[in-house]
Design a protein around this ligand. Structure first.
Ligand code: ADP
Ligand code: MG
Length: 396
């Protein structure tokens, strides 16, 4: 797929150029204060590279979902934090029109190496409609466009897709480059064996991922709530476990198609109620009793999955193995995270909002090769879809 062959900031001349960078500064705010600056910190390598190479660095991002100009969604706090992190002035171009007079003036006054941050792109309703007028306005500020916002790459908006139609050089920043490299190669050019671990709550929300990955993987391990629809398809009762009756036939087809590529849990931790402190027991395959529900994979499944994972050279993981938000049902998820953390020469890639949260909750985030920064975007990538935000960038 051409998605892995995109130009990056190192492939274009930036000295003295106005470089517009679409960042992901969609940070959590509480009463005007940033409560987690991870995304700002993550943008630093690209921003610093451009500063060091004498570009005029113009940054933009959305923040939340304002319906128009709204002070509580202003990017002003991000400019302040970014300035602290860079140890240098960041000019905030307060402007209800985003690319209005104020922004134009701030950009016109820039010297090489200066940094300007534009106001929240979603102050303009056209932003999410990928309209021509606003796209052209963004392009009027840019000699070069850099996309570094993987989290919005699955959406076609003015500030990541529309703008590229009017700028000659549109390239990937370091964050997107990393996503393409790890997520893209894991799925499209993996070092084998490639093992995918899928979990989470619903088969229905992961169907496209299962279908796309089944052709590519050597093994597909299925845990989490989606496993019970497969168990039902095997003819077992699943009690009060999560079940999607409309997908039982689909599960049967998948199992027939996949043969021994597809590996299901061989035991289950069941509970009386959906509650951390409920009564629990471990039951073998087919042993889920009426009035009980499956809330985690059991120890034999952990062992089975671990043994397969230990043979892997590439692992892609999406979806927790159980209700990891409750400590008593996080054991399966934590055990799998632990195994991935100890794999010596395997590439381990984690995608999906809850999966990333689970790995971080286990304190093992830094033991993984790559943690995808885009929940929805990484899922769509795993589904094999072209992400418009990446497709729009120039090929090498
Ligand atoms: P991701 O965000 O990584 O793509 P999902 O959103 O698909 O993952 O699924 C995460 C959710 O699945 C979690 O909230 C977790 O509690 C739930 N889940 C996992 N196993 C079960 C289960 N056995 N029963 C009910 N919910 C489950
Ligand atoms: Mg989720």
């Amino acid at each position: 797929m051409s998605m892995t062959n995109k130009k990056t900031i190192e492939d274009v001349a930036v000295q003295g150029k106005r470089v517009l960078v679409r960042c992901d500064f969609n940070v959590p705010l509480k009463e005007g204060a940033i409560t987690d600056d991870t995304r700002i910190v993550a943008a630093l390598p690209t921003v610093q590279y451009l500063i060091n190479n004498g570009a005029k660095v113009i940054l933009c991002s959305h923040l939340g979902k304002p319906k128009g100009p709204a002070p509580e969604f202003s990017l002003a706090p991000v400019a302040a934090r970014l300035s602290e992190l860079l140890g240098k002035d960041v000019v905030f171009a307060a402007d209800d029109n985003v690319v209005g007079e104020n922004a134009q003036k701030a950009v016109a006054e820039m010297k090489d190496g200066d940094v300007v941050l534009l106001e929240n792109t979603r102050y303009r309703a056209e932003e999410t409609k990928n309209g021509e007028a606003l796209s052209k306005e963004f392009s009027s500020l840019a000699d070069v466009f850099v996309d570094d916002a993987f989290g919005t790459a699955h959406r076609a908006h003015c500030s990541n897709v529309g703008v590229t139609q009017y700028v000659k050089d549109s390239v990937a920043g370091y964050l997107i480059q990393k996503e393409i490299q790890y997520l893209g190669n894991a799925v499209n050019a993996p070092v084998r064996p490639l093992v995918a671990v899928l979990g989470g709550s619903k088969v229905s929300s992961k169907i496209s991922v299962i279908e796309n990955l089944l052709d590519k993987v050597d093994k597909l391990l299925i845990g989490g709530g989606m496993a019970y629809t497969f168990m039902k398809a095997k003819g077992y009762e699943v009690g009060d476990s999560l079940l999607e009756p409309d997908f039982i036939d689909y599960a049967k087809d998948m199992m027939a198609k996949a043969g021994d590529k597809l590996v299901l849990p061989v035991d289950t931790v069941i509970g009386k109620d959906f509650d951390n402190d409920t009564e629990t027991k471990v039951v073998p395959e087919g042993g889920i009793e009426a009035g009980w529900q499956g809330l985690d994979i059991g120890p034999k499944t952990v062992e089975l999955f671990s043994n397969i994972l230990k043979t892997a050279k590439t692992v892609v993981w999406n979806g927790p193995m159980g209700v990891f938000e409750m400590p008593n049902f996080a054991k399966g998820t934590n055990a799998i995270a632990q195994v991935l953390a100890t794999l010596e020469d395997a590439t381990t890639v984690i995608g999906g909002g809850d999966s990333v949260a689970a790995v971080n909750q286990a304190g093992l985030g830094d033991k993984m090769t790559h943690i995808s920064t885009g929940g929805g975007a990484s899922l769509e990538y795993l589904e094999g879809k072209d992400l418009p935000g990446i497709a729009a960038l120039n090929d090498k």
